[in-house]
Design a binder for this molecule. Structure first.
Ligand code: SF4
Ligand code: MG
Length: 324
């Protein structure tokens, strides 16, 4: 395993008390594999990724337990300067909002080039050539000219390609992409997602794709981990999930994907809201919103039941869910 997150716990101190953002998350990703981490906002998917990257705001965020084992060592035990070396060079992150992640007063060539002058000790001229090469790689037309332009001169989709180029620059073993296409138009979304999937294969990287949209991951993910209230509620190969979800929350997400063939039909939206993380409901955290909930769900927290050798569900009634 390239990366293994084991029983991770993260808390935030808020005015209302301690928010339990991540409550015992375990997942893994191999080289050449894509793991999609799915959930609504506040499910803990981004916070888990930030803990992996070592960019959790602290305080008030605090890792209270677990391990992040990357290439055989627990990153949580490293000193900050060792951690910094891992970041960028061995693992990189792509965020939703390229415009606020790029420096508006530097040309994209200078920003891309900096990766090579700072981290690889290259001359400016060589770094510039590398920047052009990277822009070609992420399929930005006329890279040789556009390398001299500033971020605001690019469209949203092109800017996101530049973010991907930055992440790829040092050829990391793992990329974490947090909602990389959420801010883009649907057609541009698909192009950027295809590009990311192609590059992931080409470089044989591990990719963690964080999204709230089950619709965008079908073609690119190998596995899906569904998060709710800081826990993984279902984890499975992507095809298993699409065939039949083994958790009512996954089912709700699936039924919320707009489908052209069902145009006009009202979309099933999961009723209610995700819980306040300072007051996670007892038993199964999903019970106030679950159409299958019964008494035991209000008192007994479901473990991640083994549905198959490659699949887990944290639902007492996963069999029933699976049978539809
Ligand atoms: Fe619903 Fe109960 Fe399963 Fe939770 S354990 S998802 S409340 S049926
Ligand atoms: Mg997020």
């Amino acid at each position: 395993m390239l990366l293994e997150v084991r029983d991770l716990h993260v808390e935030f101190r808020t005015r209302d008390g301690v928010a339990k953002a991540v409550n015992g998350v375990s997942y893994g990703v191999d080289a050449g594999e894509t793991l999609a981490v799915l959930g609504e906002s506040g499910s803990g998917k981004s916070v888990t990724a930030q803990a992996v990257m070592g960019i959790l705001d602290m305080p008030p965020g605090r890792i209270t337990g677990g391990e992040v084992v990357f290439r055989g060592r627990d990153l949580l035990q490293l000193k900050e300067d060792e951690r910094r070396k891992v970041r960028g060079a061995e693992m990189a992150m792509i965020f939703q909002d390229a415009l606020s992640s790029l420096n508006p007063v530097l040309t994209v060539g200078d920003q891309l080039g900096e990766m090579f002058t700072v981290h690889r000790g290259m001359s400016r001229k060589d770094a510039r050539a590398k920047a052009v090469e990277l822009m070609d790689r992420v399929r930005i037309p006329a890279a040789r000219e556009r390398v001299k332009q500033y971020p605001h001169q690019f469209s949203g989709g092109m800017r996101q390609r530049i973010m991907i180029a930055m992440a790829l620059a040092l050829e990391p073993a793992l990329i974490i992409a947090d909602e990389p296409t959420t801010a883009l138009d649907v057609t541009v979304q698909a192009q950027v997602m295809d590009l990311l999937a192609d590059l992931q294969r080409e470089y044989h990287m591990g990719l963690i794709l964080i999204t709230h949209d089950l619709g965008v991951v079908a073609d690119v993910a190998d596995r899906i981990a569904v998060m709710y209230a800081g826990r993984i509620v279902e984890s499975a190969p992507v095809h298993d999930i699409y065939k039949a979800p083994a958790h009512p929350y996954t089912r709700g997400l699936l039924e919320s994907i707009p489908r052209l063939d069902l145009k006009g039909r009202e979309l099933y939206a999961i009723k209610g809201l995700p819980p306040n993380l300072t007051q996670i409901p007892p038993g199964c955290a999903f019970h106030p919103r679950c159409p299958l909930a019964r008494d035991v769900c209000r008192t007994d927290e479901p473990p991640l039941y083994e549905v198959s050798a490659t699949r887990g569900s944290a639902c007492h009634f996963w069999r029933e869910c699976l049978d539809g």
